[in-house]
Ligand binder design. Structure first.
Ligand code: FAD
Length: 527
């Protein structure tokens, strides 16, 4: 539908009416001539499909200055409208985190999305030259767009998400994890510099050495301190090919033991993930994003019995065109693993196809009408000592017969997370935590609103139980949720734990009137 541009004086007028602010001399004096647009149905939707908050207006900024104008006016200490603002990237949040009821949504995809690659060769001849490279990218760019541009130079960022149709600003506001995280850290550990418009409307360039407080606040900062408009991402050489391997297990302990062995070999292994196979049949009915041409249909002989299996997925980058170097490493590494012999499968694919593998899963789900549906997901970081307990608790809530979607399980190393960022991970005494991602799609024909709500209530109960920290005395294991919206500000304080004071102090400094990020439900707007 063609959008009708409204001018800001109208926006302000309505916000004033809605928010009962009594006086402003002249609205145009307050906000200036920046165009706002009427919301569309997609302004009140996200991938989760369970929250729908309609904004008052939408902004498609052409530059950071447009964003600065808006935020500067809304956080002015002079009488100003009480509206709140949320940045939205690709809208792949799960619980309305990028939505804002009666406020203004800033679509970062409208900002310049250029990807500018800078590469310098230093020292030595061609063979031992080190490459120092980075990409300056617009925060509204999708990671797919970043990859496409960097590959033209034979380069790529080291750290990824499984799915590439997410924006740079969106994943940097959360964490950004995938099978490379054990080796390179999350995406928020792989940023050199940011350009941010703070909640006060200041356009600031920051880095670990330049205004570090803002830099670290924004990384994993859930959109609370500023809107990221650009990011500088380090790059490394991209391999032409990747050898992608899957090995199957029928014991959770052996599966996780082998995953931990793999993450202890960062010199050889470039990617480690894993998933639960709720029963053998589920493998035959889903592509689970392994290339179709591989005829991937393992038979474990469970003959219709519902038995849970586990699959490790690991990958080795191959810089030789003939694939020989990765084959050798895979043979060596596989020899150390205790998978169900002979159930190991491997395929060589281009680096691009490997990183973009979830697109296949998306296409498969779309073809079955299971993409644009509610997604009651649960993502939890679990310290190593609690993983068996968590898995058992989870299995009480899952029925193999009607579960649609993957349950990801893989280890991460806590020392790869920079404690200065706003991201929250559990204390893990041995330095190993696991991500459990219960990525369920619900078919509206079989699971209506009440059913989706009951799944979410079940997830809350599981999260409540495992996120408590009983210091080893009770069943709480001090886990932390990832990508979740906590039900109240008090629960956010529990989530941040000892980090709450720093998080709140950063909010007071960079967004003192709490204009930004209302969809997270952390800080109510201050009048
Ligand atoms: P949005 O949903 O648009 O926004 C997310 C949050 O960030 C909101 O609070 C928003 O206000 C804020 N925000 C957005 N842009 C900015 C900005 N420029 N500046 C400041 N704040 C901003 N996550 C992983 O870590 N690893 C995965 O492998 C992974 N796979 C996924 C696969 C799918 C299919 C989906 C739906 C999600 C996946 N996620 C994954 C989660 C994803 O990283 C987050 O939901 C992320 O926020 C999505 O990015 P987005 O651009 O859609 O952000």
């Amino acid at each position: 539908m063609e959008l009708k541009a409204l001018y800001l004086y109208a926006a302000v007028l309505t916000v004033l009416l809605c928010s009962s602010v009594n006086f402003i001399q002249s609205p145009t004096d307050v906000l200036g001539p920046v165009a706002l647009l009427e919301p569309t149905p997609s302004s009140a939707r996200d991938f989760g499909g369970v929250v729908s908050d309609t904004p008052f207006a939408v902004m498609r900024p052409e530059s950071p200055d447009d964003v600065a104008l808006l935020l500067g006016a809304l956080s002015s200490t002079a009488p100003s409208p009480r509206a709140t603002v949320a940045a939205v990237g690709a809208g792949h949040s799960l619980h309305g985190q990028a939505q804002v009821r009666d406020g203004i949504v800033v679509e970062t995809r409208a900002l310049p999305r250029d990807v500018h690659v800078v590469s310098m060769r230093a020292h030595g001849d061609d063979d031992d030259a080190t490459v120092c490279a980075y990409a300056d990218v617009g925060a509204g760019a999708l990671w797919l767009e970043v990859l496409e541009e960097c590959l033209k130079f034979g380069l790529a960022p080291p750290s990824w998400t499984d799915y590439l149709y997410l924006t740079v600003g969106g994943t940097l506001s959360n964490g950004g994890i995938s099978g490379q995280t054990f080796k390179h850290g999350p995406q928020i550990s792989n940023v050199l510099q940011l350009e941010v418009v703070t909640g006060k409307g200041e356009v600031v360039t920051c880095s670990p050495t330049e205004i570090p407080e803002l830099f670290f606040a924004v990384l994993g900062g859930l959109g609370q301190f500023g809107i990221i408009t650009r990011a500088r991402i380090p790059l490394q050489l991209a391999p032409p090919k990747v050898r992608w391997v899957r090995a199957f297990y029928d014991s959770f302990e052996t599966f996780t033991g082998d995953q931990e062995l793999l993450v202890s070999m960062p010199e050889q292994v470039d990617y480690v993930e894993g998933f639960m196979v709720l029963n053998e049949q589920s493998l035959h009915s889903s592509s689970v994003a392994f290339p179709a041409q591989l005829n991937f249909s393992p038979d474990f002989g469970s003959e219709g019995r519902e038995k849970v299996y586990y699959c490790i997925e690991f990958a080795v980058h191959d810089f030789q065109q003939d694939g020989s170097s990765a084959d050798h490493v895979v043979e060596l590494v596989s020899g150390k693993l205790s998978y169900l012999r002979p159930h190991v499968y491997s395929v060589e694919v281009s680096y691009f196809d490997f990183l973009n593998r979830v697109r296949m899963e998306e296409e498969s789900l779309r073809s079955r009408g299971l993409w644009d549906v509610p997604h009651p997901w649960l993502n939890v970081f679990v310290p190593k000592h609690g993983i068996t307990q968590f898995k058992d608790l989870l299995m009480d809530t899952v029925s193999a017969g009607d579960f649609e979607g993957p349950i990801l399980v893989y280890p991460l190393l806590t020392d790869k997370w920079d404690g200065n960022t706003s991201a929250v991970v559990p204390a893990a005494p041995d330095g190993v935590m696991y991500i459990f991602g219960v990525l369920r799609s619900t078919d509206p024909a079989r699971c209506g609103r009440a059913c989706v709500e009951s799944i979410m209530a079940q997830h809350r109960r599981v999260a409540d139980e495992v996120c408590r920290d009983d210091g080893g005395r009770g069943r709480g294991i001090g886990a932390k949720q990832y990508l979740a919206r906590q039900p109240s500000p008090a629960r956010w304080r529990d989530h941040f734990g000892a980090g709450w004071g720093r998080f709140a102090a950063r909010k007071a400094r960079f967004d003192p009137l709490h204009v930004l990020g209302p969809g997270q439900g952390i800080f109510p707007r201050i009048d």
